[in-house]
Design a protein. Structure first.
Length: 244
């Protein structure tokens, strides 16, 4: 009976095409329909802040160097993951991530709650030679990041591109992107004040690579790593609410 059914459909070109369209439509409906209610499924995060130009540059370096291929940024709801890494990831935490870096590959640990966990000096040492701080690490060295000057002349364009896909950067943020990148890595410089003014008092403003005199790719990457999982405290607040 099944063979007869298949043979009949396969010999009818129009019917076969209609069957393919029907099956594909079902799959498309399952994937597309939830998007119409996405505003109801993504959590609210009034405290959500934006990546600074320096942090965004660091994120671009993170992507460029393929860090996402070995480190996920997605803590699942499994008990062992929550106990090891912290509260499970919420959709709203990736609200301004373009592209998002959730993933599931873990040659190295998940980094979703990395921000603020280690000092800047630890991150610099780890990137220079991972074995100096984690003897069993298989991560490659990234020592050149401390020698490479960070390109900042196009940061305004990067922020403008992010605004085009929904990130609410203001005109002032875009216009001052270069100055804010320099100011965030030089706390005693004249441009440091503008960073807190535009991005909030909680913004990390310091010499991330230990040398405020130069702006390097190491500054940018460490600045990004120190804010991963810290753009909003929504996940921690949700966990606390459930425990009450």
């Amino acid at each position: 009976m099944k063979e007869f059914f298949h043979r009949k459909i396969e010999r009818n070109a129009i019917g076969f095409v209609l069957a393919i369209v029907g099956v594909a439509s079902i799959g498309g409906l399952v994937e597309i329909a939830p998007l119409f209610t996405i505003h109801e499924t993504v959590e609210e995060a009034p405290d959500m802040r934006l990546y600074t130009p320096l942090e965004l540059a660091g994120r671009n370096i993170y992507i460029r160097e393929g860090c996402y291929a070995c480190h996920s940024q997605m803590i699942r709801t499994l008990r062992d993951e929550v106990e090891r890494y912290g509260p499970y990831s919420l959709a709203v935490e990736s609200k301004y991530d373009h592209p998002m870096l959730w993933g599931s590959k873990r040659t190295g640990p998940d980094l979703a709650r990395l921000g603020g966990k280690y000092s800047d000096a630890w991150h610099v040492a780890h990137l220079m030679n991972p074995r100096d701080v984690v003897p069993e690490s298989v991560m490659p060295r990234y020592g050149w990041l401390k020698r490479n000057a960070l390109r900042i002349d196009d940061l305004g364009e990067h922020l403008a591109a992010q605004r085009d896909v929904g990130v609410p950067y203001t005109d002032a943020m875009i216009e001052n992107a270069v100055a804010d990148a320099r100011g965030q890595a030089n706390p005693d410089g004249p441009e440091a004040g503008g960073v807190a003014e535009r991005y909030g008092e909680a913004t990390n403003v310091r010499a991330f690579d230990g040398n405020p005199g130069t702006l390097t790719e190491m500054d940018a990457l460490v600045a990004y790593l120190q804010i991963v999982g810290q753009l909003t405290q929504a996940a921690h607040q949700e966990t606390a609410a459930k425990e009450e």
